[in-house]
Design a protein around this ligand. Sequence first.
Ligand code: SAH
Ligand code: SF4
Length: 341
Amino acid sequence: MKNIYSMKKDDLEEYFINNNEKKYKAIQIYEWLYRKKFCSFDDMTNISKNLREKLKEDFTIQKLKILKIEEDSLVKKYLFELQDGNMVESVVMYHDYGISICISSQIGCNMGCAFCESGRLKKVRNLTPDEMVLQIMMVEENIKQRISHVVIMGIGEPFDNYDNFMDFIRIINDPYGLAIGSRHITVSTSGIVPKIYEFMNENIGVNLAISLHAPTDEIRNKIMKVNKVYSIGEIIKAVKEYILKTNRRVTFEYILLDNINDSEKCAKDLAKLIKGINAYVNLIPYNETNNIGYKRSSKNKIMEFYNILKQNNINVTIRKEFGSRVSAACGQLRSKFEGGK
Ligand code: SAH
Ligand code: SF4
């Protein structure tokens, strides 16, 4: 049975129309779910008893279980258990501009990037929209504060779970839903090109980040096997069209891995590759993990790389580090938890 937190407002409207009910009931349900939060169908006193019974037959209304929380002053990391016993994780970060959450979109990931902890576990299944929505709601309930920003950069490849991911976005962006503005939502993809084209036509205004991580196919093939399917050239072409269509700036994420993609030549090649594109580069100091041999580039190397991009008039930032102390890199909490069982 479907969890009601999986339903977009228009899905509920359609459901009510098909059941000879008025479609505004969808808004009433949304108010219960997303304003009053975590109630049962029996609490929904403005819905007739008969209809409540019908809803109970057709939907569940379940939360996630919090298995573990790790925290320090600026970061909290949550491990959740899903109904079927699988686990997912989310990371919450406190910024001066608000509170952001990093959401997982799948259990495991099939993209198999060589540096990524999540990719070590093959995809078990996609997360459903409710399982993504509830990561946010459970955290809000736990910290008793509103989350203002959402990034889909946890475990999984969101564009490999496109339909559920888009439903999730519509639910959290809905003014009657969690009402998180599209400019406050960022999705990151490893570069599934056909989905970049699909996404550009959604008319939603959500920020797009591309995990580029290398300036040439030769290097990218070694660390991201998805590059053998969708090459850098195809990604850049899609990104250019995306910008033309949406008028939105794109982010290129670039993890700096010692002696792999952090040379002066890499920086120059990267600058050449993206020159003239309305994009900026987010340099990410690699979070080393016990299970993977890659090393983080030195501070000097990172600054050198940054300076070369700057000199070439590329907009570039270095990602502020939050997570290393509370195992905030993708997949680390879960793998620790599973390892410790
Ligand atoms: N699958 C999507 C979104 C999840 S990964 C994607 O790949 O874009 C989110 C980001 O975290 C990606 O840019 C990914 O390359 C990066 N990442 C993965 N492992 C990391 C690590 N150990 N340290 C720093 N960044 C990491
Ligand atoms: Fe999957 Fe992203 Fe990790 Fe690659 S970096 S394995 S796409 S989660």
